[in-house]
Design a protein around this ligand. Structure first.
Ligand SMILES: Nc1ncnc2c1ncn2[C@@H]1O[C@H](COP(=O)(O)OP(=O)(O)OP(=O)(O)O)[C@@H](O)[C@H]1O
Ligand SMILES: CC(C)(CO)[C@@H](O)C(=O)NCCC(=O)O
Length: 386
């Protein structure tokens, strides 16, 4: 089988040369289950701590490594230089396939994959196979085999995402939320919706990762990638780093929180002196992102904070308007925004909520999910175990 994504099947097809390994790992009930979503910026990892692995701890020769692994993962919420565990998202007592257990959510920067593998190599024999999706499931397949002797079983990233969303909606009651009055009050209310997966269809899912994929989901299995844009979370992080010198996403967000993008962007009112009423464009609308930065006097006054905020608004508005166009073309009202760009990024969520509500005349609503970046990784476990 080719490792190229172009030739990837919808679900994993296990090649002959590893089918035996997979078969024996499945029969032997793999001791430790990991689902990875190895993206362009972040590697998301879901660890399924099962009752089975607890049984094995008592009776198996691999006992020490499993206990060490479990202890290593659970005794801290940070690992190495970029790894973190999102302990608040942990799910207790979920059932996947025939197994019950707890789901733990972790992530680290993909460019640190080599270090992560070195770390993993310290826990021998705990897993013969690891389920994986995202571009890195292809890019790092051989490295996993060579370094760890682990077979990466590949699953398609968009199908994994949708399977993961469906499962989480089915298992978590406070998952979907929206922002009430996103632009009219200083502290907009975050409100949860209880929507059964079956009543959420059809919907558009806008996955804001490094780049952005927009998927029309008619049912769990009837999905279509209806759009995308290369201007996504990677663009925000890249441009903000370039313009302000920040070195992390958290720093970029913190800077943007203090900024004023109107010092950088050219607004409708800068051009009209007010609103462009005939076509419903308010004076405060951005007419041209970064459109004031060709002027020396404006450039001198723009602070790093303002530049960071302008980057955030540029990316967010662009994603919002492409999402809305896709929703119109696809004739759907519900738009779910996911992906790690939204992590601790209330500014972008509010902006998306406001833009979607405003430009659709209240017809469309922007919805968000608590497990924002982990659906793909969860989806690999579901596809393999069900
Ligand atoms: N700790 C972090 N480090 C780097 N980027 C972060 C971090 N937290 C949030 N982000 C944002 O999340 C984006 C990556 O999101 P996500 O993990 O959903 O995508 P990805 O899977 O890496 O990308 P793609 O799906 O395009 O391959 C980054 O581009 C950045 O904007
Ligand atoms: C390439 C992927 C699918 C990798 O997850 C993502 O980064 C993406 O959808 N980028 C946008 C590509 C485009 O449609 O222009």
């Amino acid at each position: 089988m080719s490792d190229s994504p172009e030739s990837a099947p919808v679900q994993s097809i296990i090649p002959t040369d590893i089918s035996q390994a997979v078969e024996s790992a499945s029969q032997d009930r793999n001791l430790v289950w990991f689902g990875l979503d190895i993206g362009g910026t972040l590697c998301k990892s879901v660890y399924f701590e099962t009752e089975t692995s607890q049984d094995k701890v008592e009776s198996n020769g691999d006992t020490i490594d499993i206990q060490n692994l479990q202890h290593y993962l659970m005794s801290s919420e940070t690992y190495g230089s970029s790894g973190i565990r999102d302990s608040k998202l942990m799910l207790k007592c979920v059932t996947i396939g025939k197994l019950k257990g707890n789901l733990h959510f972790m992530k680290f920067e993909t460019h640190r994959m080599k270090g992560a593998m070195e770390l993993a190599s310290k826990f021998n024999n705990v897993s013969k196979i690891v389920l994986a999706t995202g571009g890195g499931a292809y890019k790092y397949k051989e490295d996993f085999k060579q370094t760890l002797g682990v077979e990466l079983i590949q699953y398609d990233e968009i199908h994994s995402l949708v399977f993961g969303i469906h499962f989480i909606l089915d298992n978590v009651s406070r998952e979907i939320f929206y922002w009430d009055n996103p632009n009219f009050s200083d502290t907009p209310e975050k409100r949860f919706l209880s929507l059964a997966p079956s009543s959420v269809y059809p919907y558009l899912v806008v996955n804001i990762g490094s780049g952005v994929s927009i998927i029309l989901v008619r049912s769990q299995k009837d999905i279509e990638r209806v759009g995308g844009t290369s201007v996504g979370g990677g663009t925000f992080l890249g441009l903000t780093s370039l313009l302000t010198g920040v070195t992390s996403f958290d720093e970029a967000i913190a800077l943007a929180e203090q900024g004023d993008h109107t010092k950088v962007d050219k607004l409708v009112r800068d051009i009209y002196g007010g609103s462009y009423e005939k076509f419903g464009l308010p004076g405060t609308l951005v007419a041209s992102s970064f459109g004031n930065m060709n002027l020396d006097e404006k450039r001198e006054k723009a602070k790093k904070e303002d530049l960071a905020k302008a980057c955030l608004i540029t990316v967010t508005n662009n994603v919002g308007s492409i999402a809305l166009l896709c929703a119109r073309i696809s004739k759907v009202e519900r738009i779910l925004f996911v992906g790690n760009y939204l992590k601790n990024n209330v500014m972008s969520m509010r902006q998306l909520a406001y833009a979607v509500e405003y430009w659709s005349g209240g017809k469309n609503k922007a919805l968000f999910l608590e497990h924002e970046g982990y659906f793909g990784a969860v989806g690999t476990l579901l596809q393999h175990m069900n």
